[in-house]
Write a protein that binds this ligand. Structure first.
Ligand SMILES: *Cc1c(COP(=O)(O)O)cnc(C)c1O
Length: 385
């Protein structure tokens, strides 16, 4: 049987000529301009994704086949999330109080044309373990970091031995409680999910994996099998989806995707607005499109199929959640709400005496006057002047 490395090496599409040969040269009228796009950013489509492409410009094609649109750089930013500014040492981005991002691999099985980290991926393939030493030292010194997110590139493209070495080193750091891996391998290269990988990963619990699926068709039987193996290894699975024009900017498609993820034992975690990254303008939708999709999920299907919808703020602000408006008005007495069907409901706020309990001074009162015969009134004695 072929190893996953062989599958990737021999059956991927890495050249535009091969692509044109496979899908018909008539679909690539301007091959020269396309070559510029492919040179601008790493190009590879893994076998599982090649198999999923049905026709030009379908949701799978759009994610992986270079287009001349990538050359129309409007207002995109090379490092749109300002990750490099928040990077104290190579391969670490430390933006939040208690967790840090650790880039452990520059390579992916397939390269998404909307990649946020396109400036980083595709670097030389063999990184010596010693290159991570400053990152490990940083994580060791910063005892406030309790959650490390391994990302890349795709961490699961490292071989088992290298992954095991990184995980073992991280596990030797007492204050690191949680390790997460962000990987699109369950979608791109399900062959990579082997029993050996699962046996190695389960030694490093608590370990979480956030995967990345964007379209219901991507949940192939092979992908579902791989996800099941990871789940059986005790790894909680989440999914980070990117809202993409012509791929999943449709409520029905998105709902199907969420349902298929749940069937594959994956809890949808985030839906991201597409980042303002240079060369990915043609993938972006309006924020309202995303809000409408969220509105079509909440209430209409399982709460578990409702991820957070976020914008990873340009300039390094981090993830900011967005919610359709369900509050029509609110004051001290009542909150007027609309439910998922648009019907109006009123929630009465607690009376003032109950509200007062939020006042820290309430708890500093020396005595409560408990009136005889009246069970529920425990009125705080206000400080007399
Ligand atoms: C997304 C991200 C995290 C993790 O954020 P969560 O909301 O905890 O999933 C951590 N660091 C950086 C830099 C990130 O972009």
């Amino acid at each position: 049987m072929e190893t996953w490395q062989e599958v990737l090496r021999t059956n991927s599409i890495r050249s535009l000529d091969l692509l044109a040969e496979k899908f018909g040269p008539e679909n690539f009228p301007d091959l020269d301009r396309l070559r510029l796009a492919a040179e601008n950013f790493e190009f590879r489509i893994s076998p599982a994704m090649v198999e999923l492409i049905r026709s030009p410009d379908d949701p799978i094609w759009r994610q992986y086949v270079p287009t001349a649109d990538e050359l129309d750089i409007v207002d995109g930013i090379v490092d749109s999330l300002n990750e490099d500014a928040d990077s104290p040492v190579p391969n670490i981005t430390h933006r939040y109080p208690d967790r840090a991002l650790f880039l452990v691999s520059p390579v992916c099985a397939s390269y998404c044309r909307f990649c946020t980290r396109r400036r980083k991926v595709g670097d030389p393939e063999k990184i010596p373990m010693s290159q991570f030493e400053s990152a490990f030292l940083y994580l060791e010194e910063h005892t406030e970091i309790r959650d490390v997110i391994m990302s890349g590139g795709d961490p699961l493209l490292l071989n088992d031995r290298r992954l095991d070495a990184i995980l073992t080193r991280l596990r030797s750091i007492p204050h690191i409680q949680i390790i997460r891996i962000g990987s699109r391998v369950p979608c791109h290269l399900p062959e990579r999910i082997t029993p050996e990988l699962c046996d190695m990963l389960r030694k490093h619990h608590p370990l979480w994996i956030n995967t990345h699926f964007n379209h219901p068709d991507e949940l192939t039987p092979a992908a579902v099998k791989g996800l099941g193996m990871l789940a059986d290894a005790g790894i909680p699975l989440g999914c980070q989806t990117v809202l993409l024009k012509g791929v999943n900017d449709d409520a029905e498609i998105m709902k199907q995707l969420m349902h298929r993820l749940m069937l594959a034992r994956v809890r949808p975690y985030y839906i991201y607005m597409c980042d303002q990254v240079a060369g990915a303008e043609h993938f972006r939708t309006s924020v309202q499109t995303g809000l409408n999709i969220m509105k079509a999920l909440r209430g209409w299907t399982s709460g578990l199929a409702n991820p957070y919808f976020v914008i990873d703020a340009p300039g390094g602000g981090g993830k900011i959640p967005l919610l359709p408006e369900y509050v029509e008005s609110s004051n001290e007495d009542e909150v007027v709400l609309r439910n998922f069907r648009g019907d109006r409901y009123v929630y009465r706020q607690p009376r003032e005496e109950a509200r007062v309990s939020h006042d820290p001074e309430y708890f500093l009162q020396p005595t409560f006057e408990l009136k005889k015969g009246r069970k529920r009134t425990a009125k705080p004695r206000r400080k007399s002047a």
